[in-house]
Design a protein around this ligand. Structure first.
Ligand code: PAF
Length: 284
């Protein structure tokens, strides 16, 4: 495994690999790696010849300066974890390397960027699109791997690839959870013990909501999730929506067509957690 910090050195190496006909798999991350990230790296290793992982805390996707300042930065530990996987190249550039001048591009993802996360984190998805488009351009991968936990981000990335007509296959990867059900996230390590203790209530309520959806209306299920999670006394729901998985438009009734996904964001003290679940009950 080799570490690169400059675009030119990484590209020189990748050009040689591509010249040999090797397919490049790319896992973009912001570091503070956990089992969830490692599962993406593993999948990339199974589906492509060369695995590139980027570690870059992207300032343009943070709409809160404190959140950016507090975001965990653990490069040495990250490299140790990646060394346990089939990871060929790590790209860990400086902010100046990625943004030598301000990037003023403005993407338009329509409804996909205004609902849910978009409402609470204005500008976030534009920042994600800025950095991912740059990283795609630098790495030129054949396949890129993204976790389903960031469900809305996945929809944005798919739209980005279509808009820019990139020949990159986006591979969605399953959510990896702690033993108690909490979705793995780099932010989990920032949770104070009392919040960590009640955080599994998020996934628990999503699973119960899925069951309850058999004989309750959409509005009742939404109310149930709000009451259960807020009922912990510590967690505070920012939003809970049940949306169509392609349009991200909230469904009104179980008879609406399409795959239905329950998406939640929760404030756990100073830490913001998101999770989602595909509602897989067959409603008559
Ligand atoms: O999901 C993340 O970690 C980030 O949003 C990404 C895709 C690496 C872009 O900075």
């Amino acid at each position: 495994m080799k570490l690169y910090t400059t675009i030119s050195s990484l590209q020189a190496t990748l050009k040689k690999e591509q010249g040999k006909g090797f397919k490049i798999g790319f896992v973009p991350t912001m570091g503070a790696l956990h089992e969830g990230h490692l599962s993406l790296v593993k999948q990339a290793g199974e589906m492509t010849d060369i695995v590139v992982v980027s570690i870059f805390v992207n300032p343009t996707q943070f709409n809160d300066a404190n959140d950016l300042a507090n975001y965990p930065r653990t490069l040495d530990a990250d490299l140790e974890k990646l060394a346990t996987q089939r990871c060929d190249y790590v790209f860990s550039p400086s902010v100046d390397e990625i943004y030598p001048v301000p990037d003023t591009r403005r993407f338009d993802f329509g409804n996909l960027e205004t609902v849910m996360e978009g409402e609470f984190r204005p500008g976030h998805f534009n920042g994600v699109a800025l950095v991912v488009s740059k990283l795609f351009n630098i790495v030129q991968p054949d396949k890129a791997f993204f976790g389903r936990k960031d469900f809305q981000q996945l929809a944005i990335i798919k739209s980005l690839v279509l808009q820019l007509k990139l020949a990159i296959e986006i591979v969605p990867c399953e959510i990896v959870r702690e033993m108690d059900g909490l979705a793995m996230s780099s932010r989990n390590k920032l949770l104070l013990p009392e919040y960590r203790k009640c955080a599994p209530a998020i996934y628990q309520s999503l699973m119960e909501a899925n069951e309850f959806s058999l004989d309750r209306s959409v509005a009742e299920v939404k109310e149930f999730v709000l009451n259960t999670v807020n009922g912990t006394g510590l967690l505070k729901v920012e939003y809970f929506e049940i949306v169509d998985d392609r349009t991200l438009i909230p469904i009104q009734s179980w008879s609406d067509t399409g795959i239905k996904v329950g998406c939640i964001a929760v404030q756990a003290g100073k830490v913001r957690l998101i999770d989602n679940l595909i509602f897989n009950i067959n409603h008559k």
